[in-house]
Ligand binder design. Structure first.
Ligand SMILES: [Zn+2]
Ligand SMILES: [Zn+2]
Length: 438
């Protein structure tokens, strides 16, 4: 059956030729309905085609985002390279030593920092400048498993600041590959000229003693780092961040020379009390020193300064004072003003939408994994949780966008069809009661 001509384009018949009113109205309604159905069918096919194109585009976009995400091609969000630290604070002017009987001091040491040679954000040169700005005149650079950043920082400090600041090369020790091995203890090795081999994958007590002995052989000191952090419950787990961490007594028995008693802004009071009690109850025992460290990874406030009194501002003199455990520290939990803040990197801004999309997709499956070992593994057994509502919200959002687009398209089509016709035809159409379907 051929479709009737569009009544919108057909002049109406004369009044005499018209069928009875009821019959005419039914015919017009059926005709309009048929026209309308055909028009809607065509519109639906076009809408489906547009929808398919949209779905393909979205799938492609998600695929590209995930590809970029998994290939770690999304750049750093912040750009630290332009940061400068051109001021100086004097913590000694306002802070009292932790041990008020300590007396005079001339060294203000940061005992734990990182550079871009491991997972720090500041270059070795920036790290030295940042230390000077925050009132330090001595600095331990302790990248994870390498002394390269420290040696570079030392060379820069010597050329830029002469003898105004001393850099002591160091290395933060972690084990190699096995899950438990990376997660037992973090130790800083101070006063090293070479990187220490990270040792066997499973560090038994004997392995730890062996590596500590190796550092001593090379003239270095060993510090047990951030005990509160190591023993805190790992987020989403019911065990310590570093499971099977040795006790203080064990660490002393293994040969550790000192304990980090302030890490960033966290004061380790139990370890301070342990050292004090040990000094008082066993006066002839091997000295164990207390040291503080900002554990700096990105620009932050300074909270603590290890203080010592040396005859000459040299690494050897500082190491000697540490070995004799003649240290105390300044501590300010409010911290200094950070002074320098990074901005978004341009390359990250360009890829930020892909980063956001990939992050949203990845967050649908939440996998708390505990502490990262820095060796590609994690200290805790991961457990996955699927957030189904996030998937629902994404689909609902896409559907809403599709609906808005289609409604807008239909509205624009309606306006286009109505206004492209002459007012005369529009009037006739109304007279014959056969409106143009839209
Ligand atoms: Zn650490
Ligand atoms: Zn560290």
């Amino acid at each position: 059956m051929t479709a009737p001509a569009n009544t919108a384009d057909t002049p109406s018949s004369s009044l005499a030729d018209r069928p009875p009113l009821l019959y005419g109205n039914v015919c017009a309604a059926v005709q309009a309905c048929y026209q309308s159905t055909r028009w809607h069918r065509q519109h639906l096919v076009r809408a489906l085609w547009r929808s398919c194109q949209t779905i393909v585009a979205i799938v492609l976009l998600i695929a590209v985002a995930m590809l970029v995400y998994f290939r770690a091609a999304i750049p750093e969000q912040y750009d630290y390279s332009a940061l400068r630290f051109n001021w100086t604070v004097a913590p000694q002017a306002s802070l009292m030593p932790m041990d008020p009987t300590f007396g005079a001091y001339n060294v203000r040491l940061d005992g734990h920092t990182h550079t871009t040679m491991s997972d720090g954000k500041l270059s070795p040169e920036q790290l030295v400048e940042r230390a000077v700005a925050h009132g330090y005149n001595a600095l331990v650079v302790s990248d994870h498993n390498t002394v390269d950043g420290a040696l570079q920082a030392r060379a820069y400090a010597a050329s830029r600041y002469g003898n105004r600041i001393v850099v002591i090369p160091g290395q933060e020790y972690r084990q190699a590959t096995a899950l438990e091995a990376c997660c037992r203890v973090h130790m800083n090795f101070l006063n090293l000229e070479q990187t220490i081999d990270v040792g066997p994958p499973n560090p038994t007590d004997e392995d730890l003693k062996r590596v500590i002995g190796r550092v001593h052989q090379l003239g270095g000191l060993v510090v047990a780092n951030h005990l509160p952090w190591s023993n805190r419950t790992a987020p989403f787990f019911q065990e310590a961040t570093l499971p099977n961490h040795p006790t203080r007594e064990q660490l002393v028995e293994f040969g550790v020379d000192g304990f980090e008693v302030v890490n960033q802004d966290l004061l380790d009071l139990p370890t301070i009390q342990y050292l004090r009690q040990r000094r008082e109850t066993t006066p002839g025992a091997r000295p164990i020193f207390a040291i503080t460290g900002s554990d700096l990874h990105q620009p932050d406030s300074a909270y603590a300064w290890t203080i010592l009194n040396v005859s000459a501002l040299t690494a050897d003199a500082i190491v000697d004072e540490l070995r004799a455990a003649r240290t105390t520290f300044l501590f300010d939990p409010a911290g200094t003003r950070p002074g320098a803040y990074p901005t978004y990197s341009r390359s990250w801004q360009l890829l930020a939408p892909l980063d956001g999309l990939a992050s949203y997709i990845m967050n649908m499956i939440d996998r708390p994994q505990g502490m990262y070992s820095f060796q590609g593994t994690f200290c805790q057994q991961s457990k996955s949780r699927v957030h189904i509502w996030m998937a629902f919200t994404l689909l609902a959002s896409l559907f809403l966008v599709w609906l808005v687009c289609e409604a807008s398209h239909a509205a624009l089509s309606f306006v286009w069809i109505r206004y492209r016709k002459s007012w005369r035809h529009w009037g006739l159409d109304r007279h014959t009661n056969a409106s143009v379907p839209v």
